[in-house]
Design a protein around this ligand. Sequence first.
Ligand SMILES: Cc1cc2nc3c(=O)[nH]c(=O)nc-3n(C[C@H](O)[C@H](O)[C@H](O)COP(=O)(O)O)c2cc1C
Length: 193
Amino acid sequence: MNAPLRPLKVVTVSGSLQEPSKTVSLTEHIVQTLATRLPIENHRIDIHRLGPGFTGARHPDDLPEDVLQEMRLLAEADLVIAASPVFRASYTGLFKHFFDLIEDQYALANKPVLLAATGGSDRHALVLEHQFRPLFGFFQALTVPVALYASSGDFDGLQILNPEVHARIEVAVDDIAELLRARVGAHEEAAPV
Ligand SMILES: Cc1cc2nc3c(=O)[nH]c(=O)nc-3n(C[C@H](O)[C@H](O)[C@H](O)COP(=O)(O)O)c2cc1C
């Protein structure tokens, strides 16, 4: 039997520019499903809320303390959920700006990252593979193989109705739970008492 785990730190980054947000709805569903498998504490960073000190920053030295604190939480996470609406066949500009301003290029190295996106059309689902995954490849992050996409037709308002999206979330979450159990469990066994 597996030993009980400490609550795992999940940090969700949402690149949406609006509220309510389909992207946030997708990430909340992922987090709720993950919580049925593992003890977790989720912290969400809504990029559009970071304010003019963030949007006007050109260098990490320009960032206000509250944004630097969000970046520290990201670096300490056991799992990052990196999610954005698709804008012009990519993530939003503000989503990229946030990652551009992370000073330490190894802050996410070897860190599990689940990629997620929402778009108006199913035709842009591979944006996760062609745009999102390479960005986290730069950071040497451990992107999990199953990425999650939902398009407008999968939603009724903010509710995800398409059972195929639900099924894919289950698959992704099963993979992540197994990965996190192995990583965190092994780390805790190795830690001195
Ligand atoms: C400026 C802009 C550009 C967009 N570009 C695309 C696109 O290239 N492909 C696509 O599938 N959807 C596109 N969309 C639709 C959004 O990705 C979609 O509505 C998304 O679910 C919105 O997420 P949110 O509610 O979290 O903001 C675009 C929307 C906007 C406002």
